[in-house]
Design a protein around this ligand. Structure first.
Ligand code: 2E6
Ligand code: F3S
Length: 316
C-alpha cells in the first residue's frame, strides 16, 4: 500500500449554522411537535437540501406559495422573509402561521418601512429574484423600492428626488462588493440615508472574514453549501478573490471533484450559514480517506448570538 500524500487542511471558523438558521429549523421541529404532521413550510426553510429532506422526513411539506397550503394546517414562513402580502393572506384565511424570518432580516424590513414612512424613496442593494430581496422589497407597495445589484446599476437608477432617498441591503451580500455599491450611491446621491455601513449580518461578515484568512494559504477552497444559498456562494467568490485559484461549492462529499484537486498540498474548508456541520465532517472524512490530513482550525471570531423562537412555540 502506498503512503497517503500529506495535506494541510485549514478549517475556517466561524462556519456553518448561524443563529437565524438554527432558530428557523427549531421552529419547524417545534411546530411538528406541537401540531403534528403535516406542517407546511413556504419555501425551503433554509437553503439546504439535507436540512429540507430531514424535515420532510419528519412531516414538513415544502411549498413555494401560500396558495398551495390548506386553510386548516399550520404554515411556517422561511428564514429569508416574506412580502407583507403573505402574512396578510394567511390572516385573511384564518390560518395558523409562524414566521421564521431571521430577526436580522426583520430588522431590515422595519428599516425600509420606517424610511418610507418618513417620505424617503427606498433603494435596495440585493440580488434580483432572491427570496430575501423579494421579501424586503415586498414590505412596501409594488414599484416603491428600487433594486440595484451592481455599481453600474447605480449610474442608471431613476429616482424621484435625489434629496429624499434611503437604502437597505440584503443580509448575505459580499462585504467588499457592497462597500463599492454604497460608495457609488453616496457619490451620486450625497443626501442618501442608510445604515452605518450596510445591513449585511454578523454571520455573513464573519464567514467572509474567515475565508479571507484561510484562502491565501491554501491551494484550494471548498465551501459546503447549496447552489441557491446566497451567503455560501459569496464565500466561494471571496475565496477566489483572495488567492484561491480553485474555489468550489460542494453540497456533499460525493460532489468533490478529486481530479481537479490533484497535486494540492493544502485545502481550506468552510460552510455556508445553512450547511450542517455533519456535512463538513463528511467532507473532512473524505479527505482523510485519500490524504494524510493535518487539520488546523483558523478562527477569526467567536459567535455567541442566539435568537429565541416565537412565544407560540415556547409554550408547546
Ligand atoms: C435567511 C437570510 C439569510 O440564500 P441565503 O444565503 O440568503 O440563505 P441560506 O438559507 O443559505 O442562509 C441562511 C439565511 C437565511 N441567510
Ligand atoms: Fe440571519 Fe444572517 Fe443567518 S440574516 S439567517 S443570521 S445568515
Amino acid at each position: 500500500m502506498t503512503a497517503k500524500p500529506p495535506l494541510m487542511l485549514y478549517l475556517a471558523a466561524p462556519r456553518g449554522f448561524c443563529a437565524g438558521v438554527d432558530r428557523a429549523i427549531k421552529i419547524v421541529e417545534m411546530a411538528l411537535e406541537k401540531w403534528g404532521a403535516p406542517v407546511y413550510v413556504r419555501h425551503e426553510i433554509v437553503h439546504n437540501k439535507f436540512v429540507v429532506d430531514g424535515l420532510r422526513d419528519k412531516g414538513a411539506v415544502f411549498v413555494e406559495e401560500l396558495e398551495e397550503c390548506p386553510d386548516d394546517r399550520p404554515v411556517i414562513f422561511s428564514a429569508h422573509g416574506v412580502p407583507k402580502s403573505v402574512p396578510a393572506a394567511a390572516q385573511a384565511r384564518e390560518m395558523v402561521f409562524v414566521d421564521a424570518t431571521c430577526p436580522l432580516v426583520s430588522k431590515v424590513h422595519i428599516e425600509a418601512q420606517r424610511h418610507a414612512e418618513a417620505g424617503l424613496q427606498m433603494i435596495m442593494i440585493g440580488h434580483k429574484g432572491h427570496p430575501e430581496t423579494i421579501g424586503t422589497m415586498g414590505q412596501l407597495p409594488e414599484g416603491e423600492v428600487l433594486l440595484v445589484e451592481t455599481v453600474e446599476d447605480v449610474e442608471h437608477v431613476d429616482v424621484r428626488d435625489p434629496e429624499r432617498l434611503a437604502f437597505v441591503t440584503q443580509t448575505t451580500l459580499s462585504v467588499d462588493d457592497t462597500k463599492d455599491i454604497v460608495a457609488a450611491l453616496q457619490t451620486r446621491f450625497p443626501a442618501i440615508i442608510g445604515p452605518h455601513k450596510e445591513d449585511i449580518c454578523y454571520a455573513t461578515t464573519n464567514r467572509q472574514e474567515a475565508v479571507k484568512e484561510v484562502a491565501p494559504k491554501s491551494d484550494a477552497l471548498l465551501v459546503v453549501g447549496a447552489p441557491n444559498s446566497s451567503n455560501s456562494r459569496r464565500l466561494v467568490e471571496v475565496g477566489a478573490k483572495n488567492g484561491c485559484s480553485y474555489a468550489q461549492l460542494v453540497q456533499r462529499a460525493e460532489n468533490i471533484d478529486w481530479r481537479a484537486l490533484d497535486g494540492i498540498r493544502s485545502i481550506a474548508i468552510t460552510a455556508g450559514a445553512s450547511a450542517p456541520e455533519l456535512l463538513v465532517n463528511e467532507v473532512i472524512d473524505a479527505f482523510r480517506e485519500r490524504y494524510d490530513v493535518t487539520v488546523e482550525l483558523v478562527e477569526t471570531a467567536v459567535e455567541r448570538v442566539e435568537f429565541k423562537v416565537p412565544r407560540v412555540l415556547r409554550t408547546a
